[in-house]
Design a protein around this ligand. Structure first.
Ligand SMILES: NC(=O)c1ccc[n+]([C@@H]2O[C@H](COP(=O)([O-])OP(=O)(O)OC[C@H]3O[C@@H](n4cnc5c(N)ncnc54)[C@H](OP(=O)(O)O)[C@@H]3O)[C@@H](O)[C@H]2O)c1
Length: 257
């Protein structure tokens, strides 16, 4: 039995992954953006051990989430699942002066990775759309570019793969992988037509399975199989640049090995 934290497990694929993990006998800690969502998550996922509460759009709350998790941890695995979608009509600015989608989808998993006690496995939920992300990593806070919600989301999903691969290089003892669930109908994308029943299984497999294919590091997966990610993700200099930018914008340093 493993003990796993799933971020964004009040809904969608995070909730489905948490339910499947519990069905398979694992211990699961949920995460929700505020207390009421936390109560809903605990009601929707019977058997969950606890729920941690933090709005990932806030750097202060994300740091606090890492502290809450460390008080319960270390975990065997963390699934970085929480995200906001691609339909923000304008650049929403967080209390830290950052683009909302970047804060939640990129900076929060970076900060949690850096501040949480190191788990044995890390899983970063990305998307096929990472291929459309801007590999230059310029203007991550969207201060100079005209806003484009779709591009902003795609950028963050590229960042999630870069983050997974950067961590895999830095921390060889941790299995750090990224994956895409397919385009499936959740709150994020209600009209999607992909296979919902397959969409949460790869993250559960990467977090817990002893299958040799699931126990490597620095891989990218779709439906329990390796898949080639964007070529931009394999560049160590780009991976390190993302870490440096995230450190600059968050004030949190990623520890070395
Ligand atoms: N659905 C797809 O077709 C698809 C395709 C490719 C990749 N993905 C990826 O799959 C993952 C899960 O997405 P989903 O489809 O399950 O979306 P979802 O149903 O919208 O669920 C997203 C989860 O993240 C949480 N969350 C969002 N912003 C948060 C914040 N500021 N603080 C704390 N929690 C926050 C949500 O909480 P609330 O419930 O309170 O909003 C929810 O629990 C994401 O990483 C997404 O990028 C999805």
């Amino acid at each position: 039995m493993a003990r796993i934290l799933v971020t964004g497990s009040s809904d969608g694929l995070g909730r489905m992954a948490a339910q499947l993990l519990i069905e398979r006998g694992h211990a699961v800690v949920l995460h929700a953006r505020h207390a009421a969502r936390g109560r809903e998550a605990m009601a929707a996922v019977p058997g969950a051990e606890a729920v941690l509460v933090a709005d990932l759009a806030s750097l202060a709350q994300t740091r606090d989430l890492a502290a809450q998790a460390n008080a319960l941890g270390p975990f065997d695995a963390v699934i970085h699942n929480a995200a906001v979608g691609y339909r923000e009509p304008r650049r929403l600015v967080t209390e830290d002066g950052l683009a909302h989608v970047f804060a939640v989808n990129t900076l929060a998993p970076y900060v949690l990775t850096a501040l949480m006690l190191r788990p044995r496995r890390l899983v970063y939920v990305s998307s096929e759309l990472h291929r459309r992300g801007d590999p230059s990593l310029n203007d991550l806070a969207w201060e100079r570019r005209p806003w484009n919600g779709n591009k902003a989301y795609s950028d963050t999903k590229l960042h999630d793969v870069l983050l997974a691969f950067a961590v895999a290089r830095r921390w060889p003892e941790v299995r750090s992988n990224a994956m895409e669930p397919g385009w499936v109908a959740t709150k994020m994308s209600p009209r999607a037509t992909g296979d919902l029943d397959a969409a949460h299984r790869t993250q559960v497999w990467l977090a817990t399975d002893d299958d040799p294919a699931a126990t490597g590091t620095g891989g990218y997966f779709h439906h329990l199989r390796p898949k080639a990610p964007s070529g931009a993700t394999g560049d160590p200099a780009r991976q390190d640049r993302l870490l440096a930018e995230c450190e600059r914008l968050s004030g949190v340093r990623m520890p070395n090995a």
